[in-house]
Design a protein around this ligand. Sequence first.
Ligand code: TYM
Length: 356
Amino acid sequence: MRIPYSSRSDKTILVCYNENMKTILTGIRANSILTLGNYLGALLPMVRLANEHSKDYHINIFVPDLHSIISDVDGDLQKNIIRGLKYYLAAGLEINENVHIYRQSHVPAHSELCWILDCVATMGETSRMIQYKEKSNGQESCNVGIFNYPILMAADILLYSAEYVPIGEDQFQHIELTRNLAMRVNHKYGEIFTVPVATAEQVKFMEVDNGLRIRDLLNPEKKMSKSTKAENSKIMLDDAPEVAAKKIMSATTDSFGKVKYDMWSQPGISNLLQIEALINDVPLQDVISTWAGETRYGDLKKKVAESVSTMLSTFQAKMAEISDEQISKLLEEGEEYANNVANVKLLEVQKAFGLR
Ligand code: TYM
C-alpha cells in the first residue's frame, strides 16, 4: 500500500531498505532521445555496475524530470520518461528487490532538500560550475533552474546516502560540489550526510578507463550532445542502423594518416577507437594495439560503423519488447521506496536546521 506523503515519518521505512547496504545512484534527463554518448558514457556502465552489485548494494536509478525542464523538452516529457526507463532494461538491467526506479518529481523531498542546500551553497561556488557557464552562455536571461541545477543534483544524491554516482566527466564538478555541501553540513550539524566518494574513486569503482566523454563526430573537440543541431555530429539511439553507419563513415578525422590514440592531436580517430572498445566491451588498449599504425582510416571507420549498427539493431529490438505497463509497475514500487528513504533523511535535516 502507498503511504500518503503527509503521514510519512521516520517510522514508515520499508523493510526492504537495509541501512547497512551502500547505495549506487544515477540519473539521466529525459529531454529527448539519448545519444550514443549517453549510452556508452552513462547508461551501459551503470547497467553493468548495477548487475554486478545489486546483491550487495541498493541501486537507485531515477529520471531527473525536474532537471529536464531547465531546458526545452523535445516532444512529450511523459513519453520521454517512460522511454528513458525502457533504455535501462533494453541495455540489460536486471531487476531484483534492491533495484529501485523512480521519478524525481514524484519524490517531493528532492525539491525540499534542494531549498535547504540552497541556503548552504554559496553564489561563488555555484557560479563556477562549468555546466552553468556553458548552459547559460553568459546570458542574464537564463533561467534560475540552470544555476540551481547542481544543488538539486546534490539533493538527489544526499537524500539516499549514495556513495557511488556513476556519471560522465561533464558531471564530475557537481559531485565535488555535492561532497563540499555534505561536508559543510556535517561540520556544522554532525554526521547527517554520507559524503559520496571523490570522482577519482568513482571512476575506479566503475572500472571505466575510457568512454567517459564520447565526442561529437564532426567536431571531436566537443562532447557528443543531444542539443547539437547538426544531425551527423551525433548518433541517436533511435537512428536506423544504416543511418548511424553512414554518420560514422563521415566522421571527422585528421590529416596525420596514421591511427594513434591521442585525444589531443587525433581526437576523431581516438573517439572511434573508444566507441569500438566500449560497444564490444573489450579493453581500449586491445583496440588501440589492433589498429595502431593503420594508414587506411576507412577500414577503421567501416569496422566501427558495423559495431554501431549491430548494437543499435539489437538494442532497438529489445526496446520494442518492453511494455509501458512493465515500467509503470516498477515506478510504483520504486517511488514508494524512494519516498520512504528520502523522507527519513529529509526529516533528519529539517530537525538539524530547526525546521522541525
Ligand atoms: P544528463 O542527462 O545531461 O546526462 C546523463 C549522463 O550522460 C553522461 N553523458 C555523457 N557521457 C559520455 N559522453 C558523452 N558525450 C555524454 N553526454 C552525456 C553525463 O555525464 C551523465 O552522466 N545532472 C545530470 C542528471 C542528474 C544526475 C543526478 C546524475 C540529475 N541528478 C544525480 C547523477 C546523480 C544531467 O544533466 O545528466
